[in-house]
Design a protein around this ligand. Structure first.
Ligand code: SAM
Length: 218
């Protein structure tokens, strides 16, 4: 194909080539720069342990998955969910589909029951960007709700949740609500997250065990 690239895709390509974390990801054999964000968040907030039982939402192409697999012992477990293909090891239970849809949630529920509950829910889910800021923000907040619903359904008391979010309408209220059922909730911006991006991560530690806190909100 000889089609001309658009200006924005040229810009994206130039930025990718210059980006320190993209080059480091290639050089170190990671499938995506996203890898570094989880490394930073984990180092700061101590989320992962060898025995952790983890649900990872928005796992493709597999940067976080590979990092988590490297940290888990034989007693740990990982369920990775995405509609797109994930590079994962043989012990990871991969579910293809959209979290928040009944059928996929039912499959997650079966796997979680086999594990006797989760200790950590991670979400790097991001919506397809429309370019209309208010629409994209609303979709991102819906995904934040999907992740929090999963957490309050399947986390054991004391478990943790960490999600990607975007600064904008709805996030502050979302954080406030989350504080009602987690001991400690912070917004963090890893160095490996592009500074010009509104992307942040919310880390919520110490689930209270109250499972129906958001049943009226979703
Ligand atoms: C930024 S990427 C994730 C990168 C990944 N953490 C990594 O390290 O390679 C966002 C992903 O969220 C996925 N996604 C969006 N909505 C989803 C949903 N409802 N359930 C599961 N995955 C979803 C997309 O398909 C996309 O692969």
């Amino acid at each position: 194909m000889t089609g001309k690239r658009s200006k924005s895709s040229d810009r994206w390509l130039r930025r990718q080539q210059k980006d320190h974390f993209v080059r480091a990801a290639h050089a170190q054999g990671h499938v995506s720069r996203a890898h570094f964000k989880l490394v930073e968040i984990d180092q700061k907030y101590k989320l992962l342990s060898g025995n952790a039982r983890i649900l990872e939402l928005g796992a493709a192409p597999g940067g976080w998955t590979n990092y988590i697999e490297g940290k888990l012992s034989k007693k740990g477990a990982l369920i990775a969910v995405d509609p797109l293909p994930i590079t994962a090891g043989v012990h990871t239970r991969v579910l293809v589909g959209l979290a928040g849809e009944d059928e996929v949630d039912a499959e997650i529920g079966v796997l979680v029951a086999e594990l006797d509950g989760l200790t950590l829910v991670l979400s790097d889910m991001a919506p397809n960007i429309s370019g209309i800021r208010s629409v994209d923000q609303a979709r991102a907040m819906e995904l934040a709700d999907v992740a929090r619903t999963a957490a309050t359904k399947w986390l054991m008391t004391g478990g943790h949740l960490a999600i990607k979010a975007f600064q904008g309408e709805g996030l502050d209220d979302w954080v406030k609500q989350t504080r009602e059922c987690f001991k400690n909730v912070v917004i963090t911006k890893p160095k490996s997250s592009r500074s010009e991006s509104r992307e942040v991560f919310v880390v919520a530690k110490g689930f209270s065990g109250v499972r129906d806190a958001f049943s009226e909100l979703v």
